[in-house]
Design a binder for this molecule. Structure first.
Ligand code: GTP
Length: 325
């Protein structure tokens, strides 16, 4: 077997991002770190946001507790916290929409905390208003801490549903999504298509380049699918080298066109680079309409269309045939 160094070519290297780190004793300082990649990246960004916040809150309690000098209450490093929260959301993948209400509520609390800090700094320490502002700051400060805990719980649940290799959600999430989309199709007459997609001759990638290389191809392919589709389209790892796409708003005929364009684009450039050259990946796909029939039947129809695409030579997209299941 040849030894190969596989370098993903689909994704540009990310620049280092200025961030903050928490030092011993609750001090916070600006620095520059390489953003982490991979499925755990969103959790680490969220953890950093919480650490920066907790260090600030601790310092605030220590300084503000004296009530001698409200102006000494530490300025809230809001930009650093929000930066990490945004990163966490960005990296949380296709189901980020579920996190947005919690994320927005957290941003609002931070904004209100910022206002309270300014009001405290400008107020007379003896004034009853300063005491009230301080009380509100403590109350909201604790709520914000709870907000981080809530976000972490939801992130953890989301991560548990993700396939660790590709970062994509799996079959359980697909089932849930299809149920939701089907009810919109039935109640609102919306269109939705389901695509079953399988990499061609993937076994030979493993055989020629090794299983680890195969894993990297799967991860790069998943990123490519995710990047090629609209944010509200669903991309799921169905198993092995098989993926399912959910395309709301697309008729089955439109879905065939969309996926066929994607097939041609993907075939044009290598998915990963090897020491001996680029590795091209091709795929076959079957498309079925999501309608009133059982979801399992829709999946069977997409699978049958995929089977025909494979049988008719691979590297093509096929629409389901009548009475497929
Ligand atoms: N590296 C890697 N390989 C996997 C993974 N899951 C499944 N496979 C491999 O995917 C290959 C699938 O092979 P086949 O079902 O024969 O399909 P194929 O070679 O793609 O051929 P066609 O689908 O007929 O075009 C098998 O060799 C599996 O071992 C994985 O997570 N990582």
């Amino acid at each position: 077997m040849r030894a190969l160094a596989l370098l993903p070519s689909a994704e540009p290297k990310q620049p280092s991002t200025p961030t903050w780190s928490v030092l011993e004793g609750g001090l916070i300082e600006a620095g520059s770190v390489e953003p982490e990649a991979g499925p755990a990246a969103e959790t680490s960004a969220l953890r950093l946001a919480r650490q920066i916040y907790a260090a600030w809150f601790q310092r605030c309690l220590r300084q503000g507790g004296h009530r001698k000098n409200p102006g000494a209450v530490a300025a809230l490093p809001r930009a650093a916290i929000e930066h990490q929260l945004d990163r966490a959301i960005d990296r949380s993948g296709p189901d980020a929409a579920e996190l947005l209400p919690l994320h927005d509520a957290q941003q609002q609390r931070l904004a209100e905390l910022g206002v309270l800090i300014s009001a405290l700094a400008a107020s007379d320490k003896q004034h009853v208003r300063a005491v009230q502002t301080w009380d509100r700051l403590i109350e909201l400060g604790l709520d914000t801490l709870q907000g981080f805990a809530d976000l972490e719980v939801v992130f953890a649940a989301q991560r548990a549903a993700q396939d660790p290799l590709t970062g994509l959600p799996g079959r359980a999430a697909l089932q849930q999504r299809l149920q939701g989309e089907q009810s919109l199709v039935l109640r609102q007459g919306r269109m939705c298509s389901v695509v079953m997609l399988d990499i061609d001759h993937f076994k030979s990638v493993n055989d020629q380049h090794g299983h680890q290389a195969g894993d990297r191809v799967l991860a790069a392919f998943a990123r490519l699918l995710r990047g090629a589709l609209r944010p509200y389209d669903g991309v799921y790892r169905y198993g092995g080298e098989e993926f399912v796409l959910v395309l709301p708003g697309a008729t089955a005929a439109q879905a065939v066109q969309i996926i066929d364009r994607m097939r041609q684009t993907i075939a044009q450039r290598p998915l990963v680079q090897t020491q001996t050259g680029g590795l091209h990946i091709r795929f076959s796909a079957g498309v079925a309409a999501l309608n009133e029939r059982a979801i399992a039947q829709t999946l069977r129809c997409a699978d049958a269309a995929l089977y025909h695409a494979k049988a008719e030579g691979r590297d093509q997209v096929r629409l389901e045939r009548g009475h497929c299941a």
